[in-house]
Design a protein around this ligand. Structure first.
Ligand code: NAD
Length: 480
């Protein structure tokens, strides 16, 4: 059967292309999910123009109207969460339960921001001059460009699209080329929930051309980017040059501290989940497991025993704990880092093998390095695969210093039964997210999300804090 072809969505219409990109199932390389249009520069210009034209009326639509559209979109996403989750898992490789969970999260995000559309307020501030009134209000920005990665292809587009729309902006959205089917379906659902033509435009294509053109466009008012540290700074530089507001969320080298007083089963479950679930392809994945001397041997032994029980198989098969990695390039990168770790003198204590399954796919066993030192590249660079390192430290103070010793600052965790250390860690971690007795990955949808240092640039995403990016403040003075 010929796979379906998916067009760009511009100005409420479908826009085909003869230039097509093929979306492959990483669990089964003979399964083609679909063929996706590649937008030309002219298509992008048309998308930006249509978003600009739609802005005038959408930005003046009533909060009730925006609530209704977002609420309907949320309802439809939730009603179709099994279908969306299946599509996501098929094209990305995360287990089906995670795919469905992510679809449900996308629905919940739309519901949350439906409410936020009703909560745009302002302030009245007493003037320093007699008789004058000062009002501070929030207004939409204009056309926002959304650039998203392949690892959360529903949740991340949802947490950018929903606030952009709730606050009255119009959108040009470019998802990652590697995993386009679920964001395409999401955009289609949101469009059909009642958006006027041009409010949401989807352009598909490579980041190096299409994404770069969005970042440097003077006709886009703000760019929200989630992706790698390799790309993010160039997006920010181009946006600043074009005079565009910009927000970046990027990678991490997230530490998980395990103290001597930790409950061992909790430590193992938190570490295995954080490091290896979703094949380590979460920006919040734990990649440096910093363990104090007294628990080190027991922890590593228990970790390896748990790793032996993990089921690595087709993302859509019931019982799979970890699916394949997303593509051949990521698999090669993982294998390369296994070589780098060994060459640097780390011990590959478990895993790392390429695995064969019923279908040809990018399967690998999660890998744990021990005897590692902080300066090793495996402890400095984001790998973005199911590979973690154990670093031994003497005590809590050394663990905290080691946790913070990274250019990144997205998520950090600690496993301890000590309130004193948990509280100190929350206060002194240099990460944007801190987890106590929980995996470094796994977040609520209604609170702010984002990193520090090289993981993040600009205001926070999600929750009520999203308005900091998606609105602009106006100060008005009135004389009697
Ligand atoms: P990536 O940087 O390669 O691509 C991200 C997006 O940017 C894609 O849509 C891509 O097409 C586009 N892009 C690529 N080159 C571009 C350019 N020159 N100009 C403009 N856009 C361009 O990242 P990826 O491989 O898709 O995703 C994995 C990365 O994303 C990891 O580093 C991960 O840590 C990070 N990530 C961060 C978060 C977070 O919120 N902090 C969440 C998920 C993923």
């Amino acid at each position: 059967m010929t796979p379906a072809t998916f067009p760009n969505l511009i100005d409420g219409r479908t826009v085909d292309s003869s230039d097509l990109n093929t979306d492959i199932n990483p669990s089964n390389l003979s399964d083609v999910v679909g063929r996706f249009a590649r937008a030309s520069r002219a298509d992008l210009d048309e998308a930006i123009g249509s978003a600009r034209r739609a802005f005038t009326s959408w930005s003046h639509s009533t909060p009730q109207h925006r609530f209704d559209v977002l609420d309907r979109a949320g309802t439809e996403i939730l009603a179709r969460k099994d279908e969306l989750g299946h599509l996501l898992s098929r094209e990305q490789g995360k287990p089906l339960a995670d795919g469905i969970g992510e679809a449900a999260r996308a629905g919940a995000i739309f519901k949350f921001f439906a409410g936020e559309a009703l909560r745009v307020g302002g302030e009245k501030i007493a003037s320093v001059r007699p008789g004058i009134e000062v009002e501070v209000t929030r207004e939409p920005l204009g056309v926002v460009g959304l650039i998203t990665p392949w690892n959360f292809p529903l949740a991340i587009p949802a947490w950018k699209m929903a606030p952009a729309l709730a606050f009255g902006n119009t959108i040009v959205f470019k998802p990652a080329e590697l995993v386009p089917a679920s964001p395409w379906t999401l955009a289609d659902i949101v469009q059909k929930a009642g958006l006027p033509p041009g409010v949401l435009n989807l352009v598909l294509g490579p980041g190096s051309t299409l994404g770069a053109a969005m970042a440097s466009s003077p006709d886009i008012d703000a760019v929200s980017f989630t992706g790698s540290q390799d790309v993010g700074p160039s997006v920010a530089a181009a946006a600043v040059k074009a005079g565009t507001r910009v927000q970046l969320e990027m990678g991490g080298k997230n530490p998980l501290v395990v103290l001597d007083d930790a409950d061992l089963p909790t430590a193992v479950s938190v570490a295995v989940n954080g490091a290896f679930f979703q094949a380590g392809q979460r920006c919040t994945a734990s990649s440096r497991i910093i363990v104090t001397e007294g628990i080190h041997k027991r922890f590593v032994d228990a970790m390896i025993e748990r790793m032996k029980t993990l089921v690595i198989d087709d993302a859509l098969k019931p019982g799979t704990d970890i699916g394949p990695v997303v593509d051949a390039r990521q698999l090669e990168k993982n294998v390369e880092y296994l070589g780098i770790g060994r060459a640097e003198g780390a011990t590959l204590a478990y895993g790392g093998d390429r695995l064969r399954r019923d279908t040809d796919g990018y399967y690998m066993a999660p890998a744990l390095f021990t005897e590692t030192t902080p300066a090793m590249r495996i402890n400095r660079e984001e790998i973005f695969g199911p590979i973690a390192s154990v670093i031994i430290v003497k005590d809590y103070d050394a663990a905290l210093a080691m946790a913070n010793d990274t250019p990144y600052g997205l998520s950090a965790g600690i496993v301890t039964t000590s309130l004193k250390y948990a509280s100190h860690f929350k206060r002194h971690s240099t990460s944007g997210l801190v987890m106590v007795n929980l995996p470094t990955a796994g977040l609520d949808y209604h609170v702010p999300f984002g990193g520090r240092k090289k993981s993040s640039y600009g205001p926070r995403e999600q929750g009520s804090y999203a308005k900091e990016f998606y609105t602009i403040v106006k100060t008005a003075y009135t004389a009697p």
